[in-house]
Design a protein around this ligand. Structure first.
Ligand code: LLP
Length: 416
């Protein structure tokens, strides 16, 4: 799907490495990432934002492997986190706490303490109750918490309902109509320091217009606040830029940024963005092997060694992932249901795919770098897949394949 995963000499490569070499060395199922793809995406953002005060906070939830976080940290990225666990991952990966923004509707007191101790850049507060709790926790610690309010602009992101977040009926953010009053309340709380405004309207957006509509709405609030003497240092515009899985035509990063800069003309605040999918989605492939080919009365099944526990998106959102044979082999072409071994009819990776494959063939499930491994589970007591990162001609293991014994390591049998 991009220039980092290309077919050369009849075989799919990750950068310069043949996929079959990776399968031979690390076994399957295995997530394969391209460092060059990660770097390329990040640099597209920084180049488009050159000359403008900005911070790109990678959305950790999209892929939280330490090696991925470390690649972005080395490029100067900040991070958008939604849990104390993600904060600890960022720190373990060498990320800078001072470049972390903390989103999420349910921050616990323990998570607030962790983040205040680490000295994060900003809490993106999502309710009045959270404002009060954060002020109390900060007071107890003798600290001042930097905050933004996450404003729900009531804009239709035109994406899958499960990943649309900026509508009135969604649980995210504070109501647009209540935002100014809540800023006033925040200004009155002694252990909070207002630094910005935040807004994230959804994920896998393939049009620019909802982003711009959201910006226009929040700028009205920014001006209302300024008139009351509440000035903001930054505007956090969230993530959400989509990628091409099949035939979508999302805007290029440069065009998305140009549109944002256009909408922000005359504004001096630092721009924070929280991209996840667009940075990692097409930088990763899930490599899997065909175990069985099972001809059926109505459909032919290719049963592969990856399943919904490895890549949940098809089962959860009916999401489409492009699937190709790693090597062009002389097998009859058939239309297959690509399914995993899990005991659920929803355990499919792709429907009706035309492929020339046989048992032992390797398949590449494309665009799997975002919300693949990070949403994986151990359902059916399946150890999580290995993850590797390719860098030119080299491949490094960045997460060992899980062992079954690790899966029950914390479990106990009743004493009597
Ligand atoms: N910021 C906030 C506050 C978010 O909630 C999200 C994603 C992002 C940034 C990053 O959005 P991105 O740039 O990746 O679109 N599991 C779903 C996607 C869930 C997205 C949740 N929030 C999927 O597999 O499609």
């Amino acid at each position: 799907m991009n220039s980092f995963f290309l077919t050369k000499n009849n075989q799919l490569h990750a950068e310069a490495v043949p996929m079959s070499d990776i399968a031979a060395q690390f076994d399957t199922p295995c997530y394969v990432y391209s460092r060059a793809a990660l770097t390329d995406g990040f640099l597209q953002f920084t180049q488009a934002l050159q000359g403008r005060d900005h911070l790109i906070c990678f959305a950790v939830k999209s892929n939280s492997n330490l090696a991925i976080l470390n690649v972005f940290a080395r490029l100067g990225a900040g991070f958008d986190i939604v849990s104390g666990g993600e904060l600890q991952r960022v720190l373990a990966a060498g990320g800078d706490a001072g470049k972390v923004v903390f989103s999420g509707v349910g921050k616990t007191e323990a998570e607030m303490r962790l983040a205040l101790d680490a000295g994060i850049l900003c809490f993106n507060v999502e309710s009045a109750a959270e404002l009060v709790r954060l002020n109390d926790v900060a007071a107890d610690m003798g600290k001042i918490a930097p905050i933004s309010l996450r404003v729900n602009p009531d804009v239709d992101a035109k994406t899958h309902p499960y990943i649309s977040t900026g509508l009135k009926q969604n649980k995210f953010g504070v109501a647009y109509t209540e935002a100014v009053a809540l800023y006033r309340q925040a200004a009155s709380l002694p252990n909070l320091h207002i630094t910005g405004m935040d807004c994230h309207i959804g994920s896998q957006l393939t049009e620019i217009s909802p982003f711009i509509a959201a910006i226009e709405k929040i700028l009205v609030l920014v001006d209302e606040l300024a008139a009351e003497g509440i000035t903001l240092e930054h505007l956090d515009l969230g993530g959400g830029l989509g990628i091409c899985y099949s035939d979508e035509t999302p805007p290029a990063i440069a065009d998305y940024i140009a549109a944002i800069l256009g909408a922000l003309q005359g504004r001096t605040q630092k721009i924070i963005l929280e991209p996840g999918r667009v940075l990692v989605g097409n930088a990763g492939v899930l490599l899997t092997r065909v175990e069985y080919v099972k001809p059926g009365e109505e459909k032919h099944f290719a049963i592969v060694d990856a399943a919904m526990n490895d890549l949940m998106r098809p089962a959860l959102y009916d999401a489409y992932h492009y699937i190709t044979a790693v090597e062009q082999e002389a097998h009859p072409t058939q239309i297959y249901e690509i399914v995993g071994p899990i005991c659920e009819t929803g355990d499919f990776i792709g429907h009706a795919r035309e492929l020339a494959i046989a048992p032992q063939s390797l398949l590449a499930v494309h665009s799997a770098g975002a919300y693949g491994m990070s949403m994986s589970s151990n359902y059916n007591t399946r150890p999580r897949a290995a993850e590797v990162m390719v860098d030119g001609e080299t491949v490094q293991l960045v997460r060992e394949r899980e062992m079954v014994s690790q899966l029950w390591a914390g479990e106990r049998i009743m004493v009597v």
